[in-house]
Design a binder for this molecule. Structure first.
Ligand SMILES: C[S@@+](CC[C@H](N)C(=O)[O-])C[C@H]1O[C@@H](n2cnc3c(N)ncnc32)[C@H](O)[C@@H]1O
Length: 267
């Protein structure tokens, strides 16, 4: 494993209990969100980041942070609860202090202080109360007219039965060791509008293909994909976890989808 992985979040946890996203990161995967880089880029284009004050919730390893900076925002600030993730991103961006260690439910940022809040693959892993608190926090720090943009794991169709939802939740928790609670398109919209956001009509959808070869190459590039596969082949305990995650994603792929939404704080 590369030396740069030594300070990754959860690097000292047993492989059997490591959160799926940090396990994948340890093996060299850098894009850790359900719709991949392609959906991220579509949201960055639709969200209009140029000359805006931008806050990213949970930048993780900082790939999106680098893309945001390419959009020439007026300012960039990240909030991640994991100190290792925060320092990795600050190092990667060469912007000491850009990413603060804080919980997204209480960023410590002033009211009405930003134009865009962007968050990927982070609300899904929160319980219902924490989801609401984070959405309220995004609302609080946004200026009127500001956008809260999310890229999360969704369930489809909207009328999926409660028992299937529960089965999927259980299977995900078992495979990725994170209590992921994806919502349907309608449920995500309701969550955002209950807090006062006006959600734009056109949800962007992408298939959930995090561990499919074509997506891995699209997200990581040929070299990155090669490094990831090489590491998966080298380490049996990690390989077993990746195979279980992949099997779970494939088993439920008809019901899982990545969603991208733009919610606007009314003027
Ligand atoms: C699945 S990773 C996604 C990382 C990155 N957004 C991406 O899409 O590649 C989840 C990230 O959310 C962060 N996170 C989870 N819960 C959080 C919370 N309550 N507040 C702030 N960050 C949180 C984790 O530390 C991690 O960096």
């Amino acid at each position: 494993m590369e030396k740069s992985n030594e300070n990754l979040p959860e690097h000292d946890r047993p492989i059997s209990t490591m959160s799926g996203h940090w396990l994948l990161a340890k093996l060299g995967k850098r894009v850790l969100r359900p719709g991949g880089k392609e959906l991220t880029l579509k949201l960055l284009e639709a969200g209009d980041f140029a000359h805006q004050d931008v806050v990213e919730l949970a930048p993780g390893l900082g790939l999106t942070a680098a893309e945001i900076l390419r959009c020439r925002p007026k300012s960039y600030r990240g909030i991640d609860s994991d100190p290792n993730a925060a320092s990795k991103v600050n190092e990667r961006l060469n912007l000491p202090g850009a990413v603060l260690v804080a919980d997204a439910t209480a960023t410590g940022l002033p009211d009405n202080s930003t134009d865009v809040v962007f968050g990927e693959a982070m609300l899904t892993m929160q319980g219902e109360k924490a989801k609401t608190k984070i959405i309220q926090e995004a609302f609080r720090i946004l200026r009127p007219g500001g956008r809260y943009i999310i890229h999360e794991l969704g369930l489809t169709p909207d009328d999926l039965s409660p028992s299937t939802k529960q089965d999927i939740q259980r299977a995900l928790a078992k495979a990725i060791k994170v209590n992921a609670r994806p919502l349907t398109d309608a449920e995500w919209r309701d969550k955002l509008s209950d807090t006062g956001f006006a959600v734009r009509d056109n949800t962007l959808f992408a298939p959930m293909r995090l561990l499919q070869p074509r997506r891995i190459i699209a997200d990581e590039g040929l070299r990155g994909a090669g490094r990831f596969v090489f590491n998966v082949l080298r380490f049996p305990a990690e390989r077993r976890r990746v195979i279980e995650m992949r099997r779970t994603f494939i088993q439920h792929q008809d019901s899982l989808v990545a969603v991208g939404m733009i919610a606007v704080k009314p003027q």
